[in-house]
Design a protein around this ligand. Structure first.
Ligand code: SAM
Ligand code: SF4
Length: 325
C-alpha cells in the first residue's frame, strides 16, 4: 500500500494491550487509571482476522506486537501461533520491557517470534527502579539473556536518553555490545506520554550521544545492520559482537521514509504516532463489515498520514503505551 506521497506502508505495529507493569517516567503518568475497558480490547481472533483479511492483502506483511506491555496479555504465544499460520507474514517481532521475558522467551520463539526489542534505559538498579517506577533490572537482564538463548535474532535493546536522568548510562549500555550479540539503540525522547517531562527537559540529540561514545570507544561503520523496519543508523565498537544504533525522531525526523501503521489495543488505526487522528476499525469489524469494507477503513486512514510530524504542536492526546510505541 502506498500513500499520496509514494511512501510504501508495509509495517504494522499491533498493540495487544494498553496495560503495563511499569510506569516509565517518559511514557505514563505516575498515577491514574487510564486503561481501556477490557471489552474494548481486541481479542486474538479479531487481531488475527484483521491481519489476515485486511492488512496482509494491503501489503502490510511485517508485524510487531507491542503495547503497553505485551507479555501481560495472557498466553500471547497463542496469538503468535495464530499469526504464524499466515505465510505472507515476512517478519514477526516483539517489543517488551523484558521483565517477564525470561519465563516466556522460549515459548514465544517456538510459537514464531523472530526477533525482539527490549527497553532498557540504564544498567544501574536504583536508577532503573526510578525511571520505570518500580521495575527490577535483574529480571530484565535475565530476559535479554533468555531471548538470546531462545534464538530470537536480532535482539535489540532500546534506550530513551532523557536529559538529567540517564545520559551518563550510555557508555555502560554501549559496552553491553562488546560481549553480547545485542544491538543497543539510543532513542531521542519524544513529546508523547509525559509531555511535561519533555517540556521541562527536551531531548538529548543522538549526535551528542554518538560524540560521547566516540570519545570513549573506537567506533566503526557497520556493513550489515541488524534486520529491522525502522530508521536507525548503526555503528559498532571495534571488535564488538553487537552494534550501536541511533534513532533521531526529533533532531532529524524520518517522516519521508515512514512505512508504518499502528493498530491500537482498542482497535483503532493510527497512521502517525504523533498526531491524534485515528480511525475506528473495531466497530465495523464487530458489526460484521466485509473484508472489503474493512480494507476501505485502512485506505481512508492513509489520508490521515501527514507528510511530516508536527511534534510539540499539542497534537497528541494518547500515551505511547496506548498507541503501541
Ligand atoms: N512496554 C514495551 C516496551 O517498553 O518496550 C512496549 C511498548 S513501549 C510504549 C515501546 C517503546 O516506546 C519503548 O522502547 C519505550 O522506551 C518507547 N517510548 C515510550 N515513551 C516514549 C517517549 N516519550 N519518547 C521516546 N520513546 C518512548
Ligand atoms: Fe510500560 Fe513500555 Fe511504557 Fe515503560 S515504555 S511504561 S514498559 S509501555
Amino acid at each position: 500500500m502506498r500513500d499520496g506521497l509514494g511512501r510504501q506502508i508495509d509495517y504494522l505495529r499491533v498493540s495487544v494491550t494498553d496495560r503495563c507493569n511499569f510506569r516509565c517516567q517518559y511514557c505514563m503518568p505516575e498515577r491514574g487509571k487510564i486503561w481501556f475497558p477490557r471489552e474494548e480490547i481486541l481479542s486474538f481472533e479479531e487481531i488475527h482476522t484483521l491481519v489476515r483479511d485486511v492488512f496482509i492483502p494491503l501489503g502490510l506483511t511485517r508485524i510487531r506486537l507491542t503495547g503497553g506491555e505485551p507479555l501481560l496479555r495472557q498466553d500471547l504465544a497463542t496469538l503468535v501461533g495464530m499469526l504464524r499460520t499466515e505465510p505472507a507474514i515476512e517478519d514477526l517481532a516483539l517489543s517488551t520491557n523484558g521483565v517477564l521475558l525470561e519465563g516466556q522467551a522460549a515459548t514465544l520463539a517456538a510459537a514464531g517470534i523472530d526477533r525482539v526489542n527490549i527497553s532498557l534505559d540504564t544498567l544501574q538498579g536504583e536508577r532503573f527502579r526510578t525511571i520505570t517506577r518500580g521495575g527490577n533490572l535483574e529480571l530484565v537482564l535475565r530476559g535479554v539473556k533468555a531471548a538470546l538463548e531462545a534464538g530470537m535474532h536480532p535482539v535489540k535493546v532500546n534506550c530513551v536518553v532523557v536529559p538529567g536522568l540517564n545520559e551518563e548510562d550510555v557508555i555502560e549500555l554501549a559496552r553491553l555490545t562488546i560481549g553480547l550479540p545485542v544491538h543497543v539503540r539510543f532513542v531521542e525522547l519524544m513529546p508523547v506520554g509525559d509531555r511535561d517531562l519533555f517540556a521541562a527537559r527536551g531531548s538529548v540529540k543522538t549526535s551528542e550521544v554518538a560524540a560521547v561514545l566516540q570519545e570513549r570507544f573506537e567506533l566503526v561503520a557497520v556493513e550489515a545492520p541488524p534486520a529491522g523496519n525502522g530508521p536507525a543508523d548503526y555503528m559498532a565498537i571495534l571488535g564488538a559482537m553487537g552494534t550501536i544504533g541511533f534513532i533521531h525522531p526529533m533532531s532529524r525526523h524520518f517522516c519521508d521514509a515512514c512505512n508504518r501503521f499502528r493498530l491500537t489495543a482498542n482497535g483503532h488505526i493510527k497512521a502517525c504516532l504523533l498526531t491524534s487522528s485515528e480511525l475506528d476499525i473495531k466497530t465495523p469489524l464487530r458489526q460484521g463489515a466485509s473484508p472489503a469494507e474493512l480494507r476501505q477503513v485502512v485506505q481512508d486512514a492513509v489520508d490521515l498520514k501527514p507528510d511530516w510530524h508536527h511534534m510539540g504542536d499539542g497534537d497528541q492526546a494518547l500515551t505511547m503505551s496506548q498507541v503501541g510505541g
